[in-house]
Write a protein that binds this ligand. Structure first.
Ligand SMILES: *[C@@H]1O[C@H](CO)[C@@H](O)[C@H](O)[C@H]1NC(C)=O
Ligand SMILES: *[C@@H]1O[C@H](CO)[C@@H](O)[C@H](O)[C@H]1NC(C)=O
Ligand SMILES: *[C@@H]1O[C@H](CO)[C@@H](O)[C@H](O)[C@H]1NC(C)=O
Ligand SMILES: *[C@@H]1O[C@H](CO)[C@@H](O)[C@H](O)[C@H]1NC(C)=O
Ligand SMILES: CC(=O)N[C@H]1CO[C@H](CO)[C@@H](O)[C@@H]1O
Length: 550
């Protein structure tokens, strides 16, 4: 394509995006007072095409931001930036173990102020999806289960098990009641449009056999029984009960999602990883803005109407809240980095994508889909409403290497490799996934000359000797029970007495201390003197320590 046409397209794109953005956003957020809800109509409903809020179909752009991974001071800024990127919903888990660290003692203060967080989001004109868990995974300590739950007699987590179901229900009830009392559900006038029970249960369901099937059915019924004013979803849940909507989690839901659990339910993508969380020792994980944009557009091309960025802002795993080996910096590569700074071009490119999709909203939500496979790599999907000028086309070039051109309704269009172009009115290209118009940014760290706020404390851990240890046991003890989740560490200590006669007789051969350890780390001493340290990794915990003893 000649350069000037390319430039022209970019100019048109920017103009279209700018002029329409504000009006469209107000409409998308459904702030139009003329559409007063009919008292007999549910505020949040859905059909096979999309969610329907206050009687209007909606395209939903979600971002996950977890309140305990930032501070209340940061929340307003994070929410404002999410809105600026064109999101209309914030999704968060509810973290049981921070709210009830000790059975019956609830904590909703500071970073844990769930209700304040939901209210702030609502006040900014955004909606909320509440993922109640109680098991949340989320690279969070014990997936959100508090330690005391483990001590409940005869409990089996996430199964059709009376003690577990009793506590799960009690907790879910507590959360739902609190939220309800503050009128935060959409049908009460609040911002919560959807709730989730359980989390990616399909991953483990087989292991529970029949009890798993019974449990998931019970969980759905229990949730809907607690509150039925908004829809409940289950993510990554094959055979989800009909009372809830099953949704997709993954990277390529446009191609991997087999569809929701019923013809009356919309296609929703509740986790689309913006990068990957990291564990200590991992190399940086990146996901290009172009690739992310491609996958999202692909989902909308294939009937999707809701996408969630997991994470939009990852934030920080404070204290001991992260699961084992996960770094304190969580999804730093997300559109907002750990500190809440915009990460360009990801932030800008996705903002442009959301605008382009919004411009095609009428076609996407009211048009009829037709797919034309042009060649192995080229595909055109049109959403059109007969008898009107409502029309949007999505042209896909699935070839990762070749730029191709495509003829659509008599006009030739240039399609860069692995990209989707969005044609507004089926004529004007308003967006191409591979053409990043947004600015770029880079982040530098500069050592502060002097910090006024940082008060560092240093600890030197004393490695106890066997004699100091209170608990004696011939076999290693299970750590979680032993520490009651108050620490991640325990020292196991053992000693071996070696007689001089057990050592090599020749003075030119140095004895070697060799320890095959199943544990994560070890410190070795000879005659009371420290000789060395060895450790495994998150993947392979066992390791062999070898050291010549001189
Ligand atoms: C736990 O299970 C055992 C064996 O089924 C039973 O004897 C015991 O009463 C149960 N304990 C509680 C507290 O339910
Ligand atoms: C539905 O419309 C009413 C009246 O305009 C509004 O107060 C309410 O916030 C809307 N609900 C949602 C979930 O947007
Ligand atoms: C999209 O939905 C329509 C109407 O239900 C259906 O005919 C079509 O097969 C769906 N397309 C895809 C790609 O799933
Ligand atoms: C695009 O290619 C990938 C793998 O190369 C394949 O999995 C996917 O189904 C293709 N999509 C289309 C729309 O052809
Ligand atoms: C469901 C799905 O697409 N899962 C993928 C998520 O991303 C990881 C890491 O890239 C893949 O290994 C999974 O297959």
């Amino acid at each position: 394509m000649p350069e000037f046409i390319r430039l022209l397209l970019l100019v048109i794109l920017s103009l279209l995006l700018k002029s329409n953005a504000c009006a469209k956003r107000a409409r998308d957020l459904n702030l139009n007072p003329k559409r007063n809800p009919n008292p007999n109509r549910p505020v949040v409903a859905y059909d096979a095409r999309s969610l329907i809020i206050n009687g209007s179909r909606v395209l939903l752009f979600y971002g996950s931001i977890h309140y305990p991974r930032s501070t209340p001071d940061m929340w307003p800024d994070l929410i404002t930036k999410a809105k600026e990127c064109g999101l209309n919903v914030i999704q968060t888990y509810v973290f049981w173990n921070i709210h009830e660290p000790v059975q019956g003692k609830l904590n909703f203060e500071g970073n844990y102020d769930l209700l304040k967080y939901i209210k702030l989001i609502g006040d900014s004109g955004l909606w909320v999806t509440l993922r109640t868990g109680p098991y949340i995974e989320a690279e969070w300590n014990m997936g959100g289960f508090p330690y005391w739950l483990k001590e409940v007699p005869n409990i089996t987590f996430r199964s059709y098990n009376e003690p577990f179901m009793f506590h799960m229900k009690k907790y879910a009830e507590t959360i739902i009641k609190m939220v309800k009392a503050k009128k935060l559900f959409a049908d009460q006038g609040g911002p919560i449009i959807m709730a989730q029970i359980e989390n990616e249960y399909t991953n483990v369901q087989l292991a529970y056999r029949d009890l798993g099937t019974k449990y998931i059915k019970w969980a759905a019924e229990m949730a809907v029984g607690l509150y039925n004013g908004v829809p409940w979803i289950m993510c990554k849940q094959k055979n989800a009960p009909p009372t809830v909507i099953s949704t997709c989690n993954g990277r390529q839901c446009g191609d991997t999602f087999p569809g929701p659990n019923g013809p009356d339910k919309p296609s929703l993508w509740t986790e689309n990883w913006t990068a990957q969380y990291r564990v200590f020792g991992d190399s940086p994980s990146q996901r290009a803005a172009e690739d992310l944009a491609f996958a999202i557009a692909r989902f909308f091309v294939r009937n999707g109407t809701l996408n969630n960025y997991y994470m939009f802002h990852g934030g920080t795993n404070f204290g001991r809240t992260s699961s084992s080996f996960v770094t304190t910096r969580y999804y730093d590569e997300a559109p907002l980095d750990e500190f809440g700074l915009k990460r360009y071009p990801k932030f800008g490119h996705l903002r442009d994508l959301h605008k382009a999709l919004r411009l095609s909203k009428k076609s996407l939500l009211w048009g009829v889909q037709s797919i034309q496979k042009v060649s192995l790599d080229l595909e055109i999907t049109v959403y059109e409403k007969a008898g009107t000028d409502i029309c949007a086309a999505f042209m896909t070039n699935n070839n990762t290497k070749l730029d191709l051109s495509i003829n659509f309704r008599g006009v030739d269009y240039f399609l860069p490799a692995k990209s989707i172009s969005i044609l507004l009115d089926c004529k004007t290209v308003v967006f191409n996934m591979n053409t990043v118009v947004s600015q770029h940014s880079s982040r530098n760290f500069v050592l502060a000359a002097e910090s006024k706020i940082a008060k560092w404390e240093m600890f030197k851990e004393v490695v106890p000797t066997e004699a100091d240890l209170e608990i004696k046991s011939k076999v290693p003890r299970e750590l979680y029970h032993l520490n009651k989740d108050a620490s991640d560490y325990a020292w196991y200590s053992t000693s071996i007495n070696i007689d001089r006669r057990d050592l090599p007789m020749r003075s030119d051969i140095i004895p070697i201390l060799m320890i095959a350890s199943f544990g994560h780390a070890l410190a070795a001493f000879v005659n009371g003197e420290y000789v060395g340290f060895g450790h495994g990794s998150n993947v392979e915990k066992s390791h062999v320590f070898k050291k010549a003893v001189v």
